[in-house]
Ligand binder design. Structure first.
Ligand code: HEM
Length: 160
């Protein structure tokens, strides 16, 4: 833990990280953008997952839903990543000592694996209509559970 904490303290004392703490509106603005990113990321993913699980209207074509929702989700992830890293840099010492951090970043890793498996193995074989294959439904369920868990762990990070 010691070398990691030392590294975190160095990051925290860098000029950009110090600016994020010192400029009064900057951290709240990053947090607001983080939340907007989460809305796009989790909203897009959840709507597509609901379609895969048969919870959303089946007359919406899968390919159309993917073309609309997955780019929104990707843009949301990019925004969440950039703002999350900036906030984490500003409070790096606290983040590496937080009990919530391993949970949040561990779940993020699993969500990343789920996205990779879905895009490499499942999405190319999705039928245009009809029944959704079991593997796609499993990925959708994992996605819903993981993004929900990450959201809870993200909120917990402010307290732990
Ligand atoms: C991708 C890398 C990410 C990093 C480095 C990161 C880092 C952070 C940091 C440092 C905070 C601030 C905690 C505080 O102020 O005490 C935060 C808040 C939060 N994060 Fe992330 N985050 C990331 C992605 C995500 C994702 C993907 C989600 C959800 C799906 C998420 C959900 C949250 C939530 C709900 C909060 C609390 C917002 C609030 O208090 O209003 N984060 N994150």
């Amino acid at each position: 833990m010691e070398p990691l904490l030392e590294l975190a303290r160095m990051v925290e004392q860098s000029r950009p990280a110090t600016a994020i703490r010192m400029v009064p509106w900057l951290y709240p603005a990053l947090m607001a953008l983080h939340v907007l990113g989460i809305a796009l990321l989790v909203g897009g993913a959840a709507a597509f997952d609901a379609r895969l699980l048969g919870l959303a209207r089946r007359e919406v074509p899968l390919a159309g839903a993917a073309r609309l929702l997955l780019p929104l989700s990707r843009a949301g992830f990019a925004l969440t990543l950039v703002t999350g890293l900036a906030m984490a840099a500003a409070m790096a010492g606290t983040v590496v000592q937080s009990a919530a951090a391993p949970v949040k970043f561990g779940l993020l890793l699993l969500a990343g694996v789920n996205v990779l498996v879905f895009h490499a193995r499942v999405l190319p074989g999705l039928p245009a209509g009809g029944a959704v294959p079991g593997a796609a439904r499993l990925c959708a369920l994992a996605s819903l559970v993981l993004w929900t868990g990450i959201t809870f762990a993200g909120r917990w990070l402010a307290y732990a």
